[in-house]
Design a protein around this ligand. Structure first.
Ligand code: HOZ
Length: 430
């Protein structure tokens, strides 16, 4: 398959854009080779600049739970386009989106719309600090909460892909307030709270980590965290930018049955356009300006196009059986991938949370810690990634990103994916 046009575009892009990309993982540095440039998407499929087709398991990094160009989203957007692109003022659509999110996620009584997940986590942390009057923040190793200064400490996603989980440019004064604990480690949590609990404004966690591949938290670790936050009056923030409306209609919190104090959202609630949000109890949210003193604002916040795409998406995913069928499809595919890996004698396991999954080249039965993720065979992943790409399947170009399946991935797409995987596993050198 020719990739000449992608290659030409990449060479041009590198003249004007650092690394030729607008977000680091896209540069393919985690897998080697050159990035593809895409031209269009339809359903489960992407078409690159050279006209090659790929089954897409990136889904714009999560938002496209309905697949590309879902008719309901496109029609709603067309209607909004006739009315304008944005007004920098309030609209009914943003009230409806906020109302819908509050209805579907009971821990959220009020929310503020922003334009990205990074903005959501940054604002949620400011709010937690303003609410508690404390400074210290806890995050977990391998979790990624956007490129917020104070959270780029032992971060996952692109930072981990590039081998730079701590970024230069973050003053010691910021990162020094961030404490990093191991994921799924109750003893470390208890030890931390005993020493520092009363100084800690908030703990932020991905309840299913999606930026060190896909690693669900253990229920007992999350419920101990909830109890410790209650005991020390520390705000518990679930970063559900990835998992919100993706692993279940009520997000990961509905699966674990644990309510955080604040939740950050993004991706699916924008239906593919830039939206983020943070929300929680009225008591905490009332500290945000203009009601309270904690400042936060945004020109594009609640943009009507983005909100419209989000509303249409939220409506579609409430169809009866939507999540059950997605979950079942992902489960079937991952089970078959395991069998094909075993047939090719490739040590491999997979994780799943609703419509989100992880592929691990590991001897371990299941993966629940950052150390286990880091011990996976990266060379095997790279070979598999390119084998899949050459056979028409687009996976995230990093061993540390989660995979996403959409409602548009039908039987044919799964079969083609498995046929590609059989070849990709067979090509892995032991
Ligand atoms: N941080 C994103 C994934 N977790 C990557 C975003 C992108 O490259 O678009």
């Amino acid at each position: 398959m020719s990739r000449q046009r992608s290659q030409r575009l990449y060479a041009e892009a590198r003249k004007y854009i650092p690394g030729g990309v607008n977000s680091p993982v896209r540069a393919f540095r985690g897998v080697g080779g050159e990035p593809l440039f895409f031209e269009s998407g339809e359903g489960a499929w992407l078409t690159d600049a050279d006209g090659n087709h790929y089954i897409d398991y990136v889904g714009a990094w999560g938002p496209l739970i309905l697949g590309h160009r879902h008719p309901a989203v496109i029609e709603a957007l067309q209607r909004q386009l006739e009315k304008g692109l944005g007004y920098g003022a309030s609209t009914e659509a943003e009230v409806r989106l906020a109302e819908e999110v509050c209805r579907l996620v009971p821990s959220i009584e009020q929310l503020r719309l922003v334009t990205s997940g990074t903005e959501a986590t940054m604002s949620a942390i400011r709010l937690a600090r303003g609410f508690t009057g404390r400074d210290a923040v806890v995050k977990f190793e391998g979790c990624y909460h956007g490129h917020v200064d104070g959270l780029l400490v032992k971060a996952g996603s692109g930072a981990l892909t590039l081998g730079a989980p701590d970024s230069p440019g973050v003053p010691e004064g910021y990162s020094g307030l961030t404490h990093v604990l191991p994921y799924n480690d109750i003893a470390a949590l208890e030890e931390y709270f005993t020493a520092n609990g009363t100084n800690t404004a908030c703990v932020i966690i991905e309840p299913v980590a999606g930026n060190m591949n896909c690693v669900p938290a253990q229920a007992k670790a999350l419920s101990r965290l909830r109890a410790l936050c209650n005991e020390y009056e520390t705000v518990l923030i679930f970063d559900e930018v990835m998992t919100g409306f993706r692993v279940a209609l009520g997000g990961a919190q509905s699966i674990f049955g644990i309510e955080p104090d604040l939740t950050t959202l993004g991706k699916v609630i924008g239906g593919g356009l830039p939206v983020g949000a943070f929300g929680g109890s009225r008591e905490i949210m009332s500290r945000i300006a203009p009601e309270g003193p904690v400042y936060q604002a945004g020109t594009l916040a609640g943009n009507p196009l983005a909100v419209t795409a989000g509303l249409a998406t939220l409506e579609a995913i409430q169809a009866p059986g939507f999540f059950e069928s997605l979950q079942e499809r992902a489960q079937t595919m991952l089970g078959e991938l395991r069998s094909r890996a075993a047939a090719a004698s490739v040590p491999f396991t997979a994780s799943q949370a609703g419509a989100m999954f992880g592929l691990f080249f590991s001897e371990e039965e299941s993966i629940c810690s950052f150390e286990q993720v880091m011990a996976c065979n990266i060379e095997h992943f790279r070979s598999f990634f390119h084998g899949m790409l050459d056979n028409g399947v687009y996976l995230a170009p990093s061993a540390y990103e989660a995979g996403f399946i959409s409602a548009a991935h039908g039987e044919r797409e799964i079969e083609l994916t498995l046929a590609a995987a059989e070849k990709a596993f067979a090509a892995i050198q032991p």
